[in-house]
Design a protein around this ligand. Structure first.
Ligand code: NAP
Length: 486
């Protein structure tokens, strides 16, 4: 541990949080957390075993009846308090995110605010679990519909937003009356461990939220999905792992919510406000250094404005300061780990071999740290791997197009369907094209779609279900209908 981090890490818990207590893992195992900017070890965290996962389910089961029976207003007020306490501790949490994930502090601050908002939003939704009432057309019986908490939920989250991807699940689960066991990503377990004392202070009872970091993700999650007490699995991560978990969930018919990979097109029409499009492009591409499922992965720019757009984007990207995310003025931290860096290098090399022109960046500076510069590639050929694979790094690939129909076909030509962006001054074109795009979310003249009040999620192989908004609450509720005579 380096002196620079001592103060920040001094009080960060590193054990398993089960039943409102810190515990070592049953086999005493631990694993290291690495700062991607320095490659230094910053902490050693207890690694949960299958036995620990069972203990966490025991705790969630014990807490479930009490939590489910609490009045919705009480649950809402605890969530509201959690929002306030996260904002009180925002700077400490943001620095922790930067230390374990690498992202620039400005990105981490944005993430903490976004993460906290899920508790504020679901504090308000907790009291809006409304039912329905009707009369059966033929029998005349009364149809009474209400929604019960679904039960115990297993939550599995990725490293790219260590706080927000988890609060986007914990918030609605708690609002609905569910209790949860969370397995955070192994690269970034500290943020969620640090959140637990905050939730305890807010009044979340022991056992309602349990956190079990583990390097044995497959075994631990599989054991939980085969435990009959588990009723929901909410996963955010790659399509590859999501597919595995859907298979596992099928064995016990566990209700799945899947937020998976993306391959977002970013379309700029010739009538677009180019400066606004550049501003949107910088957010859509560079928020989180491109390590976002929502990151613009393919820029399609109308041939009439292609050169102007490419020139301006290159100037902006080249102006970003790269360095340790904790340092002032840094906009671009390191990628999360060596695999992430290797993948970006491989995708850029492949595109360049196939004829892409490097307008800026394109070469990793070398260690220590998993740094890759902001990069713009033009003339990317249709067979470049990066057009089908998530780049997950600070690389913008630009291609030109001629007509609306052509760009819609090319944008939809992917197995993913999470988010698409388009820029045009013609609103009727914007809405017409939006309807034709097979994506769960559209940024129309906006480079950012994430909002706790909006239904976040994808079509096709980008997922099943939605997070945020009222729909996010529904993922943790079961509908019960009572047929009544009176
Ligand atoms: P990942 O490899 O799929 O891992 C996600 C989580 O699943 C981690 O906690 C991981 O644990 C765990 N995991 C890995 N293998 C598992 C298995 N066999 N069984 C059970 N759990 C397993 O994804 P990632 O690399 O962390 O995150 C990047 C991906 O997430 C990208 O594809 C991105 O698009 C997607 N993402 C989607 C959204 C969305 O809302 N649609 C949001 C953010 C990210 P370990 O860390 O221990 O491996």
């Amino acid at each position: 541990m380096t002196a620079r981090y001592d103060n920040l890490l001094a009080n960060v818990p590193t054990d398993l949080w089960i039943g409102g207590k810190w515990r070592k893992s049953s086999d005493g195992g631990r694993f290291d957390v690495i700062d991607p900017a320095t490659e230094n070890k910053v902490a050693s965290v207890a690694g949960a075993t299958v036995e620990d996962a069972k203990a966490a389910l025991d705790a969630a089961s014990a807490a479930f009846p009490g939590w489910a029976a609490r009045k919705p207003r009480e649950r809402g007020e605890i969530l509201r308090k959690a929002f306030e306490l996260i904002m009180r501790d925002a700077e400490r949490l943001a620095k922790l995110i930067t230390i374990e994930n690498g992202k620039a502090l400005s990105d981490s601050r944005g993430e903490v605010a976004y993460a906290a908002e899920f508790f504020r939003w679901y504090a308000e939704e907790a009291v809006r679990n409304l039912g329905e009432f009707g009369r059966a057309p033929a029998s005349g019986a009364r149809i009474l519909v209400h929604r019960k908490p679904a039960g115990i939920a297993v939550l599995v989250t990725p490293w790219n937003f260590p706080a927000a991807m988890a609060t986007r699940k914990i918030g609605p689960a708690l609002a609905a009356g569910c209790t949860v066991v969370l397995k955070p990503a192994s690269d970034t377990p500290l943020t969620m461990l640090a959140l637990m004392p905050i939730l305890e202070e807010a009044g979340v009872p022991a056992g309602a939220v349990n956190v079990i970091p583990s390097r044995s993700s497959g075994k631990v999650v599989s054991a939980m999905l085969h435990d009959p007490r588990v009723r929901v699995v909410s996963f955010t991560g790659s399509t590859e792992v999501g597919r595995k978990l859907l298979h596992e969930a099928a064995d016990s018919i566990v209700k799945p919510a899947m937020e998976l990979g993306g391959n977002a097109p970013f379309i700029v029409f010739d009538d677009a406000d180019i400066d606004a499009a550049i501003e949107g492009a910088m957010v859509a591409k560079m928020r989180n250094m491109g390590e976002a499922c929502t990151a613009a992965n393919r820029f399609y720019v109308h041939e009439k404005v292609h050169d102007a757009f490419a020139k301006k984007l290159t100037a902006k990207m080249a102006g970003l300061k790269m360095g340790n995310g904790l340092d002032d003025g840094v906009a671009l931290g390191p990628l999360v780990n060596k695999d992430g860096l290797d993948k970006v290098m491989e995708l850029v090399d492949d595109a360049v071999k196939k004829g892409a022109k490097v307008l800026t960046g394109g070469k990793a500076p070398g260690g220590p740290g998993y740094f890759y510069p902001a990069t713009v590639l033009a003339n990317v050929s249709d067979d470049a791997k990066m057009l089908n694979d998530e780049i997950f790094g600070p690389v913008a690939s630009i291609q030109s197009f001629k007509s609306e129909d052509e760009v819609v076909t090319r944008a939809n030509d992917t197995e993913y369907g999470l988010v698409a962006y388009l820029y045009t001054r013609d609103l009727s074109r914007g809405l017409r094209v939006s309807e034709k795009l097979d994506f769960g979310m559209i940024g129309l003249n906006r480079g950012l779609v994430s909002d706790p009040a909006a239904p976040f999620g994808g079509m096709k192989q980008s997922g099943i279900g939605r997070e945020g908004a009222h729909e996010g609450l529904m993922e943790f509720l079961e509908t019960q209908y009572v047929s009544v005579n009176w």
